[in-house]
Design a protein around this ligand. Structure first.
Ligand SMILES: Cc1ncc(C[n+]2csc(CCOP(=O)(O)OP(=O)(O)O)c2C)c(N)n1
Length: 252
């Protein structure tokens, strides 16, 4: 009886809980010390008995953090139709274009670091929500944008920094984003909020909150490097894209 009720209690405890990630000492199949072998074999079954949900720690970066495509897909699901979107140069704009090309998207080509400045200018001149999708390399290149955004404080601006830790578009050279807290930078510059998240559920809730309250808001999402295998390129030339975007901004 005691065992049954304890089992039920354990079952209830494990319900809806995230799985515990394991890096198992003595994991079967891996080279390790002989004295770890028993521990390696027993860890999984032991956790099963205790009803602790678990899985092995992933080996690939893309399995640990969300991918760019997953972040952009979630963004597209959550954005209202009337929101204007400015995507930073490189793979971000290309990936957004590949996932869904719409008049409310402006893919900034070439001008690395300028998406946030452009977003500020747009946000100060329209009533609709404006979302900037920045990269960590681009945001760091023109970190002063944050100071100007904080000073002018447009309430309708959401500044996303999708941080994969590298300049993925040009060969994966590392940025120094690992030592930069973009959310703190934003707060220090005068943004209404700065949030750092590393998984899609947290991203979705931060974005929903940001769209429902006065900004400017910065959301820093850590993602894995890598892009869609079949990555397109905006086929529309910059002058036409600018005109299309302008017409969207002037529409209701
Ligand atoms: C002023 C300037 N310098 C360099 C480039 C070349 N360039 C284009 S995208 C890019 C990397 C951008 O890095 P990040 O913002 O981290 O985005 P990711 O490539 O990782 O998506 C570079 C160096 C450029 N377009 N403009």
């Amino acid at each position: 009886m005691l065992a049954a009720s304890r089992g039920e209690a354990l079952g209830a405890l494990t319900l809806d809980r995230p799985k515990c990630m394991l890096d198992v000492r003595g994991e079967p199949g891996l080279k390790d010390e002989p004295q770890h072998a028993l521990m390696g074999e027993a860890t999984g079954p032991l956790l099963d008995v205790l009803r602790v949900a678990h899985q092995l720690f992933p080996e690939q970066p893309a399995q640990i953090a969300p991918t760019l495509a997953a972040a952009l897909t979630r963004l597209l699901e959550l954005l209202p139709e009337r929101a204007a979107v400015i995507a930073t140069t490189g793979k971000t704009g290309r990936e957004l274009f590949t996932l869904n090309d719409r008049p409310q998207h402006l893919y900034q080509v070439g001008s690395m670091g300028c998406a946030a400045a452009m977003g500020l200018g747009v946000a100060l001149n329209v009533a609709r929500p404006v979302v900037v999708i920045d990269g960590d390399g681009a945001a760091l290149m023109k970190l002063g944008n944050c100071a100007t955004i904080g000073a002018r404080a447009p309430k309708n601006l959401v500044h996303l920094v999708l941080d994969n830790g590298v300049h993925d578009s040009t060969g994966g050279q590392r940025t120094v984003s690992a030592s930069v807290d973009f959310a703190d930078v934003a707060l220090a510059c005068g943004y209404a909020s700065g949030t750092c998240v590393d998984e899609l559920a947290g991203f979705a809730s931060a974005l929903t909150d940001a769209l429902a309250s006065d900004g400017p808001h910065l959301i820093h999402l850590r993602i894995a490097p890598g892009a869609l295998a079949k990555l397109g390129r905006p086929t529309i030339a910059p002058p036409q894209m600018a005109r299309r975007f302008q017409e969207f901004l002037q529409s209701n």
